[in-house]
Design a protein around this ligand. Structure first.
Ligand SMILES: C[S@@+](CC[C@H](N)C(=O)[O-])C[C@H]1O[C@@H](n2cnc3c(N)ncnc32)[C@H](O)[C@@H]1O
Length: 273
């Protein structure tokens, strides 16, 4: 008998990104090539009867999810190469296989943070050597589980739109208070992109109504969190777009001509603290 998953709609979004990476890995020219995600999605479907097809993932969501994961992996890889004693914090980690994709050296301490229900799933399906932190990231306190004497890279992949009000900003302030120095990397959503997200068939299928974002990439510099913007990558202009399937590639190339329109799509924001 299948044992159904018990996740609330926000937690269930982890299956959307997992499935996007799984579909990418079976494409003729994968962007991320994460075959472990494909195996994981197949196992979850078999164990729990979860119907991934109900998410109706469009090719554009598959490519953008895979590409942003690849770019955030690059940030982590570069950081741990420069700081072999680094702390990596993956906020809202879901069932991402980032630890194995990045294969950090032994001296790195990796922390996967998500709700307890999600970390229970991780323990069952992805028992890797990362430190699990079972917490609602909008709550205070959990940041004290992180070492405060080592350089840190914080990744938030697909988390920003799901944190209500100004709780993303408060969480970042707590993190940069706790951690000595390092980098924060996230996929940014403009306010329009966050608003429009609820009309995505996949997000609609999960019944999620509200989402957050910010327009000016410099805005987090005004959060009193000691952040300095170091890079805004507009992913419509990434070289990997050449491997996108048609017609997504043609449309992405068209959007790439406009900075304003590209900002509404996937972008990676990096900050130093
Ligand atoms: C779209 S999924 C992305 C998951 C993962 N980063 C990935 O790329 O596959 C969003 C994740 O954020 C987590 N999340 C949302 N709000 C959270 C909160 N307040 N505290 C902890 N985790 C949260 C969800 O449980 C979910 O795993």
């Amino acid at each position: 008998m299948p044992d159904p998953l018990r996740l609330d709609p926000v937690q269930e979004t982890l299956l959307l990104t997992l499935y996007a990476r799984a579909l990418d890995s079976t494409a003729p020219a994968p962007i991320l090539g994460d075959t472990r995600s494909a195996a994981l999605a197949a196992r979850i479907a078999e164990d729990t009867g979860y119907d991934f097809a109900k998410l109706k993932l469009k090719p554009s969501l598959v490519t953008s999810t895979a590409l942003r994961a690849r770019k955030l992996d690059d940030v982590v890889r570069r950081f741990v190469a420069a700081h072999p004693d680094a702390v990596v914090v993956d906020l809202g980690c879901g069932l991402d296989t980032r630890w194995s994709r990045c294969a950090p050296p032994d001296g790195v301490a990796w922390y996967d943070v998500d709700f307890p229900e999600v970390l229970d799933l991780r323990q069952r399906y992805l028992p890797d050597p990362a430190h699990p932190v079972a917490a609602d990231v909008t709550e205070p306190g959990w940041v004290r589980t992180l070492p405060d004497d080592r350089p840190a890279v914080i990744v938030a992949d697909g988390l920003l739109p799901f944190l209500p009000g100004d709780s993303f900003r408060t969480m970042v302030r707590r993190l940069t208070d706790r951690l000595r120095s390092g980098e924060l990397a996230l996929n940014g959503y403009t306010r329009f992109a966050a608003w429009a997200m609820k009309y995505h068939p996949a997000i609609k299928a999960l019944g999620i109504g509200a989402a957050q974002g910010f327009d000016d990439p410099h805005e987090p510099e005004r959060w009193d969190a000691g952040l300095t913007l170091t890079e805004e990558q507009l992913l419509t202009r990434a070289p990997e777009v050449a491997a996108f399937p048609q017609p997504v590639r043609a449309l992405t190339r068209l959007v790439a001509r406009s900075t304003a329109l590209s900002r509404q799509g996937a972008r990676i924001l990096r900050y130093r603290f």
